[in-house]
Write a protein that binds this ligand. Structure first.
Ligand code: MN
Length: 192
């Protein structure tokens, strides 16, 4: 595949002599498409949803984080594409840098695109551009199907909602019950 990966917005916001975050180079794809949610204690605590699509990580900041309860509609604000190797970044973004604060990988895993249009699987990049897609997550914590829907065409404000399936829970308290990193087991305050 000969695609152009535009990570200039990502690179321009960061000084890689100061932060240990990876510089954005070219994309590469892994065998299974991956996702992660990074817990990010910046000026405000939020969760960054990363989704591998066409060689980059499509990204959304989710202020309240994901839920396993289909009743919860979680605002997800689109942010710049990130390089694939950001998917498992955890550490501390230094003071004075873009996004300064502690980051841990709250969940990570693979996903399947399950967006169906006219009886066919729709290309995920096309579905994202149109503002609606469905995915099935296979994470260490999150599993099952989720819907993402853009609320209007001008602003990149989306809603992340758990779909009703055997992984749905009426009490969506997974963020509080399992706060630790899915990679290191550390809590956000323990990140160095
Ligand atoms: Mn963030």
């Amino acid at each position: 595949m000969n695609r152009k990966y535009d990570l200039s917005a990502y690179n321009e916001k960061r000084d890689f002599t100061k932060t240990s975050e990876p510089p954005g180079t070219t994309g590469r794809s892994s065998e299974r498409l991956r996702f992660s949610f990074q817990k990010h204690a910046a000026s405000t605590l939020h969760y960054d949803f990363r989704l591998e699509v066409d060689g980059v990580l499509k990204s959304w900041a989710v202020p309240k984080g994901p839920s396993t309860n289909p009743q919860d509609k979680r605002l997800a604000i689109r942010t710049e594409d990130h390089p694939l190797n950001y998917i498992d970044f955890e550490g501390v973004i230094p003071e004075g840098s873009y996004g300064a604060g502690k980051v841990l990988v709250w969940d990570i895993g693979t996903y399947d695109n399950i967006t169906i249009k006219s009886g066919q699987l729709e290309d995920l990049n096309a579905a994202i551009k149109k503002g609606h897609f469905l995915i099935e997550l296979h994470g260490k914590k999150l599993n099952g199907s989720y819907a993402m829907t853009r609320m209007n065409d001008e602003e990149e404000q989306w809603l992340l909602v758990k779909m009703a399936d055997e992984n749905a829970q009426s009490q969506g308290r997974i963020l509080e019950e399992q706060p630790q990193s899915a990679i290191s087991g550390k809590l956000i305050e323990e990140m160095k």
